[in-house]
Structure formats: structure tokens, C-alpha cells
Design a protein around this ligand. Structure first.
Ligand SMILES: C[S@@+](CC[C@H](N)C(=O)[O-])C[C@H]1O[C@@H](n2cnc3c(N)ncnc32)[C@H](O)[C@@H]1O
Length: 239
């Protein structure tokens, strides 16, 4: 599944994120749903997508037969790229999920942790709303990776503040992802610590999300893993 060909395709789609968002996000969503279907049966599963954004994942999860509930903090994000927000979308904060304990079969979040001030409170909330046996998939962009600074990369390697100032100088406007407000430095090390310390969930796997499985061993190499793996997926199962 995590083959070299898949990684090459994902990175080639990444190049058209701005020019052809339907292709990029559609491919990402389809890839994610394939990945989830290797972990669990999605037919009739109730999926919570924390920070779902403009709804591409809804189509992909619906095709797999899942019931999909998106939650996002920002109504504007839901309508990006001309998308129409789904009925049933919940506006809320992933750090304080407005759902009862044990409500979902899959609690999913892709590329959101780096945008919240307390990603580990959000992770705890994701575990809380998962039912016993449910899968929690928590994936985010690593700060020390090539895309850590998002549109301000690669200058985030100097510092987040410097990268933001530099972006504003050269574009005449601040970056959409504001360091310290809507973009925060998260690392794989922090995520592994958080996952292993969960009292109510066991770790199924911790994988560099976009890379081929032949180089998953990189996840065990401190420092290097932060620089080269781009994104980590923490995969847990609720006890
Ligand atoms: C980069 S987008 C990711 C969208 C989609 N999950 C993906 O993988 O493409 C980040 C999303 O997180 C949302 N977000 C930011 N802070 C949030 C919070 N505290 N709670 C829930 N969603 C949040 C943003 O509004 C945005 O839609």
C-alpha cells in the first residue's frame, strides 16, 4: 500500500495544490480513505473528521459507505475552492469537541494539529470521543520538515517569526498561516510521547504518512525523522 509509486504520485499531486485543488485534495482524500479501510471496515462506520476543511474527505468516506461528520473551527475554510459546506457540519474547536464520550468508530484528523495552540489537548479529545475499539488517526505536518512553515517555507528553518516577516515583505500581505496564531511548531517526538502516554488507547502504528514503507525505519531516528518525513500519522485504537 505505502509503495514508492504512491509516494511519487502524492508528491506530484502536491505540486498542483494551488493550481488544481480538486485534483490535489481529491487524491489526498481517496488515499486516506484507502489507508483507513486497511485498518477497519468503513461500511456504516461513523467517522468524525476534526478540521475537515472544504469537504473533499466527505466524498471519499461516503464512497466507502461511512457516515461522515465534519467539524471545523472556521466556516470560511469549509467554503474554500468554491465548495459548499455539507449539511450536518459542526462548527467547533477540536480542543473541546462538542460530542459525548465514545460516539465515533473512527476519529480522524489530517493536517490540523499544527494549526492549533494545544494539539495534545485536541488529541486527548479525539481519544475521548472514540468508542472502545475505534481507530484514532492523527496526522500532521512536522515543523522541521520542508513544508513545516507552509507558505513561509523554507524560512521557518531560520525562525517562524522571521519567515512570517519575510513573507509579508515579499508578498505585501501576511501569510494565511500566522506563526504563533494559526501555525505552531509540532514535532514527531512530541506526537510519539503523547501517543505512548495515552491511558485509554494503544498505539497501532506511527508512520511517516506519505513515504514508502521501505523507509519507515526513519521514524526511529531522532532529528533525522523530523527533517525528512514531512508528516507523521499517529494511529491508535481505543481500549
Ligand atoms: C490545512 S487545513 C486541513 C484540512 C483537511 N483536513 C486536509 O487534510 O486537507 C486545516 C483545517 O483545520 C481547521 N482548524 C484550525 N484550527 C482548528 C480547531 N481549533 N478546531 C478545529 N479545526 C481547526 C482549519 O479551519 C482548516 O480547515
Amino acid at each position: 500500500m505505502a509503495t514508492f509509486g504512491r509516494a511519487r504520485e502524492l508528491f506530484s499531486d502536491f505540486r498542483v495544490e494551488q493550481s488544481d485543488p480538486d485534483r490535489f485534495y481529491g487524491a489526498m482524500a481517496a488515499d486516506s480513505v484507502r489507508q483507513m479501510s486497511c485498518l477497519m471496515d468503513l461500511e456504516n462506520a461513523h467517522v468524525l473528521d476534526v478540521g475537515g476543511g472544504p469537504g473533499y474527505w466527505a466524498d471519499a468516506f461516503a464512497r466507502a459507505g461511512a457516515r461522515y461528520t465534519p467539524l471545523d473551527a472556521d466556516a470560511g475554510e469549509l467554503a474554500l475552492h468554491g465548495r459548499v459546506p455539507l449539511p450536518g457540519t459542526v462548527i467547533g474547536d477540536g480542543q473541546h469537541l462538542p460530542f459525548r464520550d465514545g460516539a465515533f468508530d473512527l476519529v480522524y484528523s489530517s493536517n490540523v494539529a499544527e494549526h492549533v495552540p494545544d494539539p495534545w489537548a485536541m488529541g486527548d479529545e479525539m481519544v475521548r470521543v472514540a468508542r472502545p475499539g475505534a481507530v484514532i488517526f492523527y496526522s500532521y505536518t512536522l515543523w522541521y520538515g520542508p513544508w513545516g512553515g507552509h507558505e513561509t517555507a523554507p524560512w521557518h528553518f531560520v525562525s517562524g517569526d522571521y519567515a512570517a516577516r519575510r513573507y509579508e515583505r515579499s508578498h505585501g500581505k501576511p501569510p494565511k498561516n500566522q506563526y504563533g496564531t494559526s501555525l505552531f511548531p509540532v514535532t514527531m517526538r512530541q506526537g510519539i510521547r503523547w501517543a505512548r502516554a495515552q491511558p485509554d488507547a494503544e498505539v497501532i502504528d506511527i508512520i511517516p504518512r506519505y513515504l514508502p514503507s521501505s523507509i519507515f525505519w526513519l521514524r526511529a531516528v531522532p532529528v533525522v525523522r523530523e527533517l525528512v518525513t514531512w508528516n507523521v500519522a499517529l494511529i491508535l485504537r481505543k481500549r
